[in-house]
Design a protein around this ligand. Structure first.
Ligand SMILES: [Zn+2]
Length: 259
């Protein structure tokens, strides 16, 4: 690193920002009583100093280097969004129904507590029915059968469905899966754009993969823009179409970028 006096260093830093030698000079030195011509001459003099110009070249090199690193990092982030698997964040899946894996295809409970609660609910409903019947003129029977645990326990939504299930006929039931977003892969985290609480439930938001792919394509010149000037009675109409370049060339560029 080239060492300069504090004022000269400040001048170089100001030059980086303004890219205008008189303006940079005025920022650092007191020019209240100086004529513009003098300020200009002084600034030119400073710029001619080999140590000042060497320091400026050094600083500008660093700016370029930083910009290159930032650009490379940005392209990497866009590539992560473009290639992430959205299934990592949310899945619509068909999972086993309660009868798929139950003993003899009977209703399968998650655990004993779930079954006990179902029996309690059934008893409450039956008692309420009996209370109503005490005052009713037309008596009816309580028809709902008491739940049994014949199908056994251990239902898990993630278990495979049974293609021979007589209840769902091997179609299973629809299940919506929302991932624990703390545990996503780096690409998955990049794709994730937060959650929103809506009146219909939780919405997982994602960055646009289409936009990311377009940006990548443009960055690597995979798409070229073809401008075609057509004339019609209303005047010149410009149509712009996007064409894909040689796919092998594009793939090579992409591989190079992904390292
Ligand atoms: Zn089933």
């Amino acid at each position: 690193m080239i060492k300069l006096s504090p004022k000269r260093e400040a001048f170089c830093q100001a030059m980086l920002k303004t890219n205008n030698q008189t303006e940079a000079y005025r920022k650092v030195y007191d020019c209240k009583n100086s004529k513009p011509k003098t300020v200009h001459e002084m600034a030119c003099g400073l710029m001619k100093d080999p140590k000042v110009s060497a320091r400026l070249a050094e600083l500008r090199g660093r700016v370029v280097e930083r910009a290159e690193i930032n650009a490379a990092e940005l392209v990497k982030q866009i590539a992560e969004i473009a290639t992430a698997d959205p299934n990592e964040l949310t899945q619509h899946r068909r999972v086993n129904c309660r009868y798929c894996n139950g003993i003899d295809h009977q209703y399968q409970w998650r655990h004993k507590g779930e079954f006990a609660k179902a029996v309690d609910d059934w008893e409450i409903a039956r008692d309420a029915h009996e209370d109503r019947m005490k005052k009713a003129t037309k008596k009816t029977e309580f028809k709902r059968p008491c739940p049994t645990d014949d199908g056994g326990y251990g239902y898990r939504a993630s278990a495979d469905l049974d293609p021979g299930c007589p209840v769902c006929e091997g179609e299973g039931v629809a299940d919506l899966f929302l991932a624990d977003t703390r545990k996503l892969s780096p690409a998955g985290k990049r794709l994730f754009a937060g959650v929103k609480q809506t009146k219909n439930g939780i919405e997982i938001m994602m960055h646009s993969q289409d936009a990311a792919r377009r940006m990548l394509g443009e960055n690597f010149g995979i798409f070229k823009t073809v401008v075609d000037n057509n004339m019609n009675h209303k005047g010149a109409v410009q149509t712009i179409a996007t064409e894909v370049k040689d796919p092998i060339e594009a793939a090579k560029l992409y591989q190079k970028m992904m390292g």
